[in-house]
Design a protein around this ligand. Structure first.
Ligand code: GTP
Ligand code: MG
Length: 548
């Protein structure tokens, strides 16, 4: 079976509609509907697809314990009651995740963006230069802006998703700097699930593109995961163009672009419409805020990174839908504060909401968007919300802040349509298959309890034969169980809360696209899960129908 064709057929684009904006405490009510779209920069013509067969080889990857999914705020936010920056809240807003292979330069590029946009001063950079030198990591000083943990600085590897904010004339951006190392893929999944747009960072340095792309690197895995997690637009930045092995070579850039295009297509991206390539140097900041100098790169006539980011259309969002905010983090601060991205609806100070699945009734004391306290915020915004009526210890990551009317369902079982892309060597997919399910901010062990129907990938109709097991490439409807209640949705209602990724331990990456077709809230059977160490296999999934 042509797995790539199946992925294309199952393109999982977000179907949100309307645009959400955060409204500063002093803004007029009518400003809530305001949108501020910018014309899209035309994507350059791409080389035609060669139809490559892309395999993710993780044979060398050891089984790892699934690390704790966590984000870190790069510049800790002060509570600001009535700030001068209120104007900024009227701009359009985009969440951008930086993805790509380890050491591609994601944190360096993110740090450089903050420096170029005036978020970081020269003194801080000098301090980081000294600190990096002391750690014998001279060239990592720019990455230190995003990599704030000691562990990250010592190892030169991002662990937790870094979160920061910057803005251009037209747009406020939330940057999510994902880790590239294979051990931290769950954290990358958490970052990507909060994003609208991906910046795929690829190192052009000799050998580095190859390890990221050709030898089972995370370039491929991140692209496939990003697509299924709802990152519909990609900027592919070919980084380290300043490196002496590259020296802004057009040949090297073209080589990378021509290898990436067929793979991006096979992963479900419409390369002409949804992907833009550009060369940069994150380290020296070239082709980032302003276009690269002709004396440095005479052949580049396209946009710089800031222009490209500004050109991306904000996805349509529904500010009037039922409120949904998956909780990615929580802490105590004059009450209980929860953090997350609003996937649907709007939130106001004083609102009465529910925390699901524990059905706790809460009141919204305050809403913070970036550094600012806001009166109201809409979908797409990354928020901190102060709540009363619940203790911090009664909330877990993966819980969802939801409207009382049309509250999000909580389930322990659902049926889903999965596409199996690649299983562990010699593995068959059958009842009893165990994996880890990642859906919005939920990470839960799950078990496939029954295969219900196999789908003919050509006709997309159910096959008559009873199905007991399937192999790579199959599309199958199955029943999935989890141990504890989780909050999920039909894919057709809320794509971001209705598509998921399954991962299992092992050597070979496997990816499933799943459409959940039924959810059952009242499931009482207790399933015992074997504790496993989890690492490398991936499945990506989405939800279509819901029965409660
Ligand atoms: P992980 O978080 O571990 O996945 O890595 P990363 O993608 O965030 O890479 P990071 O920014 O930490 O950079 C890794 C190394 O690449 C550092 O030594 C950087 O200085 C170097 N680097 C990043 N961008 C550039 C660049 O544009 N040019 C050159 N020459 N080196 C770069
Ligand atoms: Mg990093």
């Amino acid at each position: 079976m042509d797995i790539e064709a199946e992925i294309r057929a199952l393109q999982l684009d977000s179907a949100e509609d309307g645009t959400g904006m955060a409204i500063p405490v002093d803004a007029k009510p009518e400003e809530v509907e305001m949108t501020d779209k910018v014309e899209e920069v035309e994507m350059p013509d791409k080389v035609e697809e060669e139809g490559t067969k892309d395999e993710v080889d993780t044979k060398s990857q050891p089984a790892q314990d699934e690390p704790k999914v966590k984000d870190k705020e790069v510049a800790p936010l002060e509570d600001a009651e009535g700030t001068d920056e209120m104007e900024s809240q009227k701009k359009r807003h985009l969440n951008v995740v930086f993805i790509g292979h380890v050491d591609a330069g994601k944190s360096t590029t993110g740090g450089q963006i903050l420096f170029l946009s005036g978020q970081v001063d020269d003194r801080t950079i000098q301090k980081y230069e000294k600190e990096a030198k002391d750690k014998s990591r001279e060239s990592w000083y720019m990455a230190y802006i995003m990599d704030t943990n000691e562990e990250e600085r010592v190892k030169g590897k991002t662990v937790e998703v870094g979160r920061a904010h910057f803005e251009t004339e037209t747009t406020r951006f939330t940057i999510l700097d994902a880790p590239g190392h294979k051990s931290y893929v769950p954290n990358m999944i958490s970052g990507a699930s909060q994003a609208d747009v991906g910046v795929l960072v690829i190192s052009a340095r000799k050998g580095e593109f190859e390890t990221g792309y050709e030898r089972g690197g995370q370039t491929r895995e991140h692209v496939q995961l990003a697509k299924t997690l709802g990152v519909t637009k990609l900027l592919v930045v070919v980084n380290k163009m300043d490196d002496h092995t590259v020296n802004w070579s057009k040949e090297r850039y073209d080589e990378i672009e021509s290898k990436m295009i067929p793979f991006l297509r096979s992963s479900g991206y419409n390369v002409k419409k949804d992907v833009l390539f550009l060369p940069i140097s994150g380290l020296v900041g070239a082709n980032m805020k302003t276009r690269v100098d002709k004396s440095t790169c005479p052949w580049w006539n396209g946009p710089c990174l800031f222009e490209a980011l500004d050109s991306i259309e904000v996805p349509l969002r529904d500010p009037k839908g039922p409120f949904r905010m998956p909780i990615i983090d929580k802490f105590k601060d004059m009450g209980t504060v929860v953090m997350g991205k609003v996937e649907s609806g709007s939130i106001c100070e004083g609102d009465s909401l529910l925390v699901m699945p524990n059905k706790a009734q809460v009141k919204v004391i305050a809403v913070y968007c970036d550094e600012n306290k806001v009166r109201r915020a809409g979908p797409g915004e990354n928020l901190r919300v102060r709540l009363s009526g619940i203790e911090e210890e009664d909330i877990m990551e993966g819980f969802v802040l939801t409207s009382v009317v049309k509250a999000i369902p909580a389930v322990t079982e659902f049926t889903a349509q999965l596409q199996i892309l690649e299983l562990l060597e010699n593995a068959i997919f059958t009842a009893g298959y165990k994996a880890v399910l990642h859906i919005h901010s939920v990470v839960e062990e799950c078990e496939i309890v029954e295969l219900l129907q196999q789908i003919d990938p050509k006709t997309r109709k159910p096959m008559k034969k009873k199905v007991l097991f399937v192999k790579n490439g199959a599309v199958v409807v199955c029943r999935v169980q989890v141990n504890s209640l989780i909050c999920i949705e039909k894919f057709s209602d809320f794509p971001q809360l209705g598509r998921f990724t399954l991962r299992t331990e092992g050597k070979t990456v496997a990816i499933l696209f799943v459409e959940v077709s039924k959810l059952s809230c009242a499931f009482s059977c207790c399933v015992t899960f074997q504790k496993r160490s989890l690492a490398d296999c991936c499945f990506s999934c989405c939800i279509t129908d819901l029965l409660i």
